[in-house]
Design a protein around this ligand. Structure first.
Ligand SMILES: Cc1ncc(COP(=O)(O)O)c(C=O)c1O
Length: 315
């Protein structure tokens, strides 16, 4: 496996701050607001009420129910609470999903540039990462023909990430439909990382779960970090077809047992407050990547490339 550049730069920047330097952070994708007051108040209440015990492995039923309503309202997808597994962070949900699906030698198609964990986890599980390019020529959209050309009998998963890190690209309906068709045609899983689904600026976000034939082969990875400004709470979830949910629960049993009870009680307040298509607080995300590619559209976007050093020198 390999590390994550953003986390190394973050650690270095924090050390410089400890030494008294003033740093502008552009490395991690972190909203520049904090969780809504009702969420924080619910956390205090949960602690006062003694919600500090072991709890259900898959997550509190009330939180999973709240998520089903939220997903229906904001993403127009119907999922059962039984298909949701709460995890300590989106990254753990991603890791468990890949562990549940992959055998050594399987191939995983993933977007490049993309979130570094995709190829790293793939390699860690003895599988083979196969990048598909998001080129500037193609407005940073995946090219379904290019993806089709890379599918082999060993391909197991196509990873999608819309809106994407680091490009900010919201995949078009046509592109997603073609990817869904490929998944059905070749009997593949789609791992749809939808952590930025609520951070869209005018584009239309459609979940990969919405397309025909996708219910039985889509795993959605999402969490509270970005949409609800709860990065440090370490709270994510996977939505999976029933045949995979059992494997995710087995992995949870054998690793973290359950997510902190008080965190989950408080988190119920976050999706409850969300109705529209955008992030609840109308907030902004301080993120180098969203500064790089705002709303990519043909001939109308600006590309700024920051180097790792440039970010540090700002301090
Ligand atoms: C695309 C993508 N997926 C997953 C994650 C991880 O989210 P979490 O902090 O909830 O583990 C991030 C974090 O930056 C991300 O950008």
């Amino acid at each position: 496996m390999s590390g994550e550049g953003a986390l190394s730069v973050f650690a270095h920047a924090r050390e410089l701050e400890r030494q008294g330097r003033s740093i502008i952070h552009l490395e991690l994708g972190e909203p520049d607001f904090h969780p809504a007051a009702p969420v924080n108040n619910a956390l205090k209440r949960a602690l006062d009420d003694g919600k500090d015990r072991y709890c259900a492995v898959a997550g509190l039923p009330a939180l999973r129910e709240a998520l089903t309503v939220y997903l229906q309202n904001t993403r127009n997808i119907k999922v059962s609470a039984n298909h949701i597994v709460i995890a300590p962070g989106c990254k753990i949900a991603l890791f468990m999903a890949m562990m549940a699906l992959l055998e050594p030698g399987d191939e995983v198609l993933y977007p490049a540039p993309g979130f570094p964990a995709y190829p790293s986890i793939t390699l860690g599980l003895g599988a083979v990462p196969v990048p598909f390019e998001l080129s500037e020529r193609n407005c940073l959209q995946p090219d379904p023909d290019g993806i089709a050309a890379k599918i082999t009998p060993r391909t197991k998963i196509i990873i999608t990430n819309s809106p994407g890190n680091p490009t900010g690209t919201v995949y078009t309906d046509a592109v997603q439909r073609r990817i869904a068709d490929l998944a059905v045609q070749h009997d593949l899983f789609v791992l749809s990382d939808e952590i930025y689904a609520r951070i869209v600026y005018g584009d239309r976000f459609i979940s990969m779960l919405s397309y025909p034939g996708m219910e039985e082969r889509t795993l959605i990875i999402d969490g509270f970090s970005k949409s609800f400004a709860m990065t440090g709470w370490r709270l994510g979830y996977a939505i999976a077809p029933p045949r995979i949910v059992a494997a995710l629960n087995m992995l949870a049993v054998n690793t973290y047992t359950c997510v902190a009870e008080f965190t989950q009680y408080a988190a119920i307040e976050a999706p409850r407050r969300s109705r529209g298509r955008r992030v609840a607080n109308g907030g902004r995300v301080r993120h180098a990547s969203s500064a790089i590619y705002p709303r990519p559209q043909p001939r109308s976007w600006l590309s700024l490339h920051f180097s790792r050093r440039c970010v540090l020198w700002l301090g």
